[in-house]
Design a binder for this molecule. Structure first.
Ligand SMILES: [Mn+2]
Length: 264
């Protein structure tokens, strides 16, 4: 894993982020702000669940850092970065604006991204693939109530670990990687994604939704998931040579601001 320095700019052609969940207490806005401050890109895809309308319908949580994320995105747009916003299921309210354009921000249901070597990749949030996974299973992965409860427990565990000087530990990461049912659900989801884009004649898919960052080649089809900013703090980027990479923001201690971005 190649680590980037704490300082300086991160240059790329294209950046994909999704599942930020602004408006939810689980959103790691400070980490995302650090990425947005450092990254210089020509095009930025917001691949859904940027604002969590579901969480806000229960309880409004909107600290200044969440405003700052929106402001930084708008500043990029004003500076000429082309932003393509693809609403997800948690911000589905914005889907009615699909086809509209606000300054440099285009709102679309999905988009075909063409890489420098000519591969056509479908960019979509990915909730349309939920049917491939039994509801109870997907619910266990990304479901509302169970997930929220798990994240509260996780926050407390990590607050204690932080006081003890121990590094951040991801409960849902552990569960997702150790529970075979969850693994099976992820595999079923990825297989459905691959089948869908193969049938439609694309070379691959870039999605979010699952909060499971990965770049994986399935024979002729490339599957990329850009992860999330609730837990993994990951972004997908296309470097100047046209290569796709995952970037992960890690912090040894949750409260500390020295987030290091590594190519994962
Ligand atoms: Mn989603």
């Amino acid at each position: 894993m190649e680590a980037l320095s704490f300082e300086g700019e991160i240059h790329c052609k294209t950046l994909w982020i999704s599942d930020v969940h602004l408006g939810s207490a689980n959103c790691k806005a400070e980490h995302l702000i650090q990425l947005l401050d450092r990254v210089r890109c020509e095009r930025l895809y917001l691949v859904g669940d940027i604002v969590d309308m579901w969480a806000m319908s229960k309880r409004v949580f909107w600290p200044e850092s969440h405003n700052l994320v929106l402001r930084k995105l708008l500043n990029k747009s004003k500076a000429g970065v082309e932003i393509i916003y693809i609403p997800g299921n948690h911000d589905a309210n914005f889907r009615e604006f699909c086809g509209s354009e606000f300054g440099h921000v285009v709102i679309k249901r999905r988009h075909v991204h063409v890489t420098p070597d000519g591969r056509r990749l479908l960019v979509t949030h990915g909730d349309e693939l939920d049917h491939a996974v039994r509801f109870s299973r997907i619910n266990r992965l990304i479901g509302d109530w169970a997930y929220d409860t798990m994240m509260i427990v996780n926050r407390w565990v990590n607050r204690i670990r932080d006081r003890m000087g121990l590094p951040y530990w991801s409960l849902s990461g552990w569960i997702k990687n150790n529970v075979s049912q969850a693994e099976a659900a992820i595999q079923a989801y990825q297989a459905a994604a691959v089948n869908m884009v193969r049938e439609r004649g694309y070379d691959g898919i870039i999605c979010g939704h699952l909060h499971h960052p990965v770049i994986q080649q399935y024979e002729d089809i490339l599957y990329c998931n850009d992860g999330d900013w609730v837990e993994n703090c990951t972004a997908l980027l296309e470097d100047d040579a046209g290569q796709l990479k995952l970037l992960r923001g890690i912090s040894s201690r949750e409260e500390r601001s020295d987030v290091l971005f590594v190519a994962a």
